[in-house]
Write a protein that binds this ligand. Structure first.
Ligand code: ASP
Length: 597
């Protein structure tokens, strides 16, 4: 037996026991003729103590120890005189009898402590050492727990976990595919799945009416903030369901995760919001509803759920007069913002990511309103605008104007920023939300075609079928999808839809997306065909597992929740991958590089 206990196990009740431990040397301290060693393993840290005067031999071994040596020790558990309340084993220490070095270690490139002195790049290169640190260990444990609880819950309500292949033909989820050359089929390529979407739908045709899989997905995207080229989904599909069944089922799963992983009860059903309300009131399809600060429309066209309203035009203020849309948020109690702070905010909204042209404010005080545009508007007119967002004395109203969708989104971003600045977005507070009724399609000006907003298997809402079959682009653009997202604290964690299960509607979908009949047949013939053999009505959802874990862990970045992640350039800096392959391997795959060496 290498060990009788782990380094996280011993308590005061074990005092007097003779034990054997094994682990890594985290730290060695010498004090008044004694040596203290912190011994670490996955389970914790235990203090070892050696009286330097007792055994010459033991003493000599201790002298030779370095950080991260792997050792096996025996000794007797004793109560500590100065206890350490920060660690679970802090009441005891082991008075050593023997110490055996199982393996030496070269000096690690950074300190392996909760707060490390190593920079991100260095820690990524030595990820296997970084994983020894407490915060990463906690993240891995959380991820493990989330995975186990997910499986337990879904199994308990009859879901079957079924694996689907990684070497497939392209799945159209809107990103680029990673491809793998086939040696046995010269000149041909597999694609790695962007998700198991088509497979889970085929499983519904096969009759496995409750499927799930915790599964890797691959998307060759430019890595915007905190994305990974390979990431994990909790992928689910159900047959004989409507939207309501899917939402209720997964509300159950999410609640059970909150309960069993975080010990939190989420009471009642999750709030729901239509996509158009989300855009109108929050300027985002993933609103953070932990705080209010809803957008108010000061000028809008009455379309897509907007108010038909204009509190701004005709007063010679050209910016508002020429804008399609003017909207505002009310920042409660922020009237104290100085001119300088407002100027800084104005610069902030002008950043290219946000793209506003400027910012107008109204400061509401007991004795009236003050505004950057009071040259153009009377006090009553400004009050009417302030009333629109329910501002009262002490509040600051921030107004943006411009193209409708862009300005709504800019207001949404500004709202989140103000939420951050005012401390309204605490991570230990959770606000789940369903967003539903997304548009089915998005028109792309550049390529002059429609793209599926979710994916091409999403069903149009039945009441929009006429529009879906219309020849008028405007009509088609208005078709709503029977799709839904799960949003947690302003982050999209899951997305899904009720699917098309009729091969004719599916064909029409490919037509609307601009595929020729031959193209559709070549790429998706298998699924159109499968739908001819008794496809049941079905729908599903997939959750971004890495991000779900990060949110539960109260962290921003998903990288900490992936044992071996890639960096922002999609590289594994530990493996130094991707890398070249040698010429013979290229030849075998019938590949030639066109890259100039
Ligand atoms: N396959 C979809 C996605 O990855 C999820 C779904 O529709 O179930 O976003």
């Amino acid at each position: 037996m290498y060990r009788s206990h782990t380094c996280g196990q011993l308590r005061i009740g074990n005092a007097g026991e003779k034990v054997t431990l094994a682990g890594w040397v985290q730290r060695i301290r010498k004090m008044g003729g004694m040596s203290f060693i912190d011994l670490r393993d996955r389970y914790g840290i235990t203090q070892l103590v050696v009286d330097d005067s007792v055994s010459h031999e033991l003493n000599e071994t201790v002298e030779k120890l370095g950080r991260e040596y792997v050792v096996q020790v025996t000794g007797v558990v004793a109560e500590r005189s100065s206890k350490n309340s920060k660690i679970a084993t802090g009441d005891v220490e082991i008075k050593l009898d023997t110490l055996k070095v199982l393996n030496a270690s070269v000096t690690p490139p950074f300190t392996i402590e909760d707060e490390s002195d190593g920079g991100e790049e260095l820690r990524a290169k030595y990820r296997y050492l970084d994983l020894r640190r407490g915060p990463l260990k906690k993240a891995m444990e959380l991820r493990h727990r989330m995975g186990q609880e997910t499986r337990k819950y879904l199994d308990s309500i009859g879901f079957m976990e079924i694996e689907t292949p990684f070497l497939i033909k392209s799945t159209p989820e809107g990103a680029r595919d990673f491809v793998v050359p086939s040696r046995m089929n010269p000149g041909e390529f597999y694609a790695l799945p962007q998700s198991p979407q088509t497979f889970k739908q085929l499983l519904m045709v096969s009759g496995y009416d409750r499927y799930f899989q915790i599964v890797r997905c691959f998307r060759d995207e430019d890595l915007r903030a905190d994305r990974q080229p390979e990431f994990t989904q909790i992928d689910c599909e159900m047959a004989f369901v409507e939207r309501e069944d899917v939402l209720v089922t997964f509300e159950g799963m999410i609640k059970s995760l909150f309960r069993n992983v975080l010990g939190k009860e989420i009471e009642g059903s999750f709030p729901r919001m239509s996509y158009s309300d989300a855009m109108k009131f929050y300027g985002s399809d993933k609103p953070d509803i932990r705080f209010g600060m809803k957008i108010g429309e000061l000028k809008s066209d009455g379309r897509n759920g907007s108010d038909n309203i204009d509190l701004t035009s005709g007063k010679d203020f050209v910016v508002f007069d020429s804008a399609e849309y003017v909207g505002a948020i009310c920042v409660k109690g922020a009237a104290f913002y100085t001119r300088k702070q407002v100027d800084e905010l104005t610069e902030w909204v002008k950043r290219p990511q946000i793209g506003a042209k400027g910012l107008v404010y109204i400061r509401v005080a007991e004795d009236g309103v003050k505004s950057s545009v009071d040259k153009f508007y009377s006090a009553r007119e400004l009050e009417a605008m302030a009333n629109r967002v329910e501002a009262t004395a002490g509040d600051l109203v921030l107004i943006l104007a411009g193209d409708k969708k862009k300005t709504q989104e800019a207001l949404g971003t500004l709202r989140i920023e103000m939420g951050n600045r005012l401390g309204l977005r605490q991570s230990d507070n959770y606000a789940p939300l369903w967003v539903y009724d997304f548009p089915l399609l998005e028109w792309d000006q550049e390529t002059g075609r429609f793209y599926a907003m979710h994916h091409p298997f999403t069903a149009p809402k039945p009441e929009d079928m006429d529009k879906f079959y219309s020849n008028d682009r405007e009509q088609i653009a208005q078709v709503a999808a029977n799709a839904y997202d799960f949003v947690l604290n302003g982050t999209e964690i899951g997305g899904g839809s009720i699917r098309i299960h009729d091969s004719n509607i599916q064909k029409r979908m490919f037509e609307v997306l601009g595929f020729s009949a031959e193209e559709a047949e070549y790429k998706f013939g298998f699924i159109i065909n499968a739908f001819k053999y008794g496809a049941p009505p079905h729908g599903g959802i997939a959750f971004g597992f890495d991000r779900f874990c990060a949110l539960f862990g109260g962290q921003e970045t998903i990288r900490d929740y992936i044992a071996f992640p890639k960096n922002n350039a999609g590289r594994d800096v530990m493996l130094d991958a991707p890398g070249m392959i040698d010429d013979s391997q290229m030849e075998e795959l019938f590949l030639k590089s066109t890259l100039k060496k």
